[in-house]
Design a protein around this ligand. Structure first.
Ligand SMILES: [Zn+2]
Ligand SMILES: [Zn+2]
Length: 344
């Protein structure tokens, strides 16, 4: 009886059974506890985190449904849910913290050791349905298209990173990396009035970067960074750097671009050890900051999109139905791709 009702209530989902073992199959429709919301997923973005989970580089508990960059429509709400109703369009904030520890109580909920990430620690949205606590569901502004909102989650990451180095209007900034995070960081910096230089390994994204507001672009192989940064800024280097590349060299690249007394924020999460000569950090009084996901930046990210200050649509290069998720992962590795989306 239980099996029969589960089957009746089944939904299609891409279930990861182990590294590189991803199968689209029937899964149990999530039941709701008090305070939870079930979403019918409409769009899901695929990112490097999903890829590292898929490949096994980032182990999770199997079976697991990935997917943390999500848009959906509220399908049902549990008891005590008051902020959203069935039929509401929402963007999902996939991280939620314990709310009780000292870090949470002082507002550092992104640093909570008990933080849960939907799509990593709990089942996510590479499926027809996903469930989440009510506080993770952000009703989207009316009239804003799904394509524009799909990148709200990575945009919130970048919005926090940029906020950490408090750009002022007229300051010069460099973005290291020309991927999704870099192209979003560029736009957030522009919205804050900064002039932006984009530095990347490849020239492939430079036309798009310029279209999105980059004043100058520079390929890493095209000469010393310090020279380009001083030429662009008209002084000893740029005022601030947002690192999004996540490579071992990216921190050194950021330090080569910034002026004495400047600020650098790292958000690309280089997992491997990074060779950095700290002498220059001391001698040049560089402020070097980390930035981890977001605290309260989700609403700001949505506002930036609704106001047209950030354009996400040009970053979506590939679209696949859920059934073709294997092709979506292959497309993610294609150097020509920026953001791969599942339309569910
Ligand atoms: Zn992501
Ligand atoms: Zn906590």
């Amino acid at each position: 009886m239980v099996a029969a009702s589960s089957r009746l209530a089944g939904v299609r989902a891409a279930v990861l059974h182990g590294p590189r073992d991803l199968r689209v199959e029937h899964a149990v429709r999530p039941d709701l506890e008090p305070g939870e919301v079930r979403l019918r997923v409409t769009r899901a973005g695929l990112c490097g985190t999903d890829y590292s989970i898929w490949s096994g580089d980032r182990p999770v508990r199997y079976p697991r449904i990935m997917g943390h960059e999500l848009l959906g429509v509220v399908d049902a709400v549990g008891a005590e849910v008051t902020r959203v109703r069935p039929g509401d369009r929402v963007a999902l904030e996939p991280n939620y913290s314990c709310g009780r520890c000292p870090l949470c109580r002082e507002g550092n909920r992104n640093l909570c050791l008990g933080r849960v990430a939907i799509g990593i620690d709990a089942d996510g949205g590479f499926a027809e349905m996903v469930k989440a606590p009510e506080r993770c569901c952000w009703p989207v502004p009316p009239g804003v298209a799904d394509d524009d909102l799909l990148l709200t989650e990575p945009l919130a990451v970048v919005t926090r990173a940029v906020g950490r180095v408090t750009p002022h209007s007229g300051e010069t900034a460099a973005v290291v990396g020309g991927g999704t995070l870099g192209l979003l960081a560029l736009q957030v910096l522009r919205a804050r009035g900064a002039r932006v230089l984009v530095v990347s390994r490849s020239t492939r994204r430079f036309a798009l970067a310029r279209e999105l507001g980059a004043e100058r672009t520079h390929a890493l192989t095209d000469g010393p960074l310090a020279h380009v940064a001083s030429e662009f800024s008209g002084r000893e280097g740029v005022d601030l750097v947002v690192e999004t590349a996540g490579t071992a060299d990216a921190v050194s690249d950021a330090l080569a671009l910034v002026r004495p007394g400047g600020r650098v924020v790292l958000t690309g999460l280089p997992h491997e050890p990074t060779p950095v000569v700290f002498f220059g950090v001391v001698r040049r009084e560089i402020t070097l900051l980390g930035s981890m996901i977001y605290q309260d930046e989700f609403a700001e990210a949505m506002r930036l999109v609704a106001e047209g200050a950030v354009r996400a649509r040009p970053l979506i290069t590939h679209r696949f139905p859920l059934e073709a998720i294997g092709a979506a992962f292959a497309a993610h590795r294609d150097p020509a791709s920026i953001k791969v989306a599942l339309e569910i």
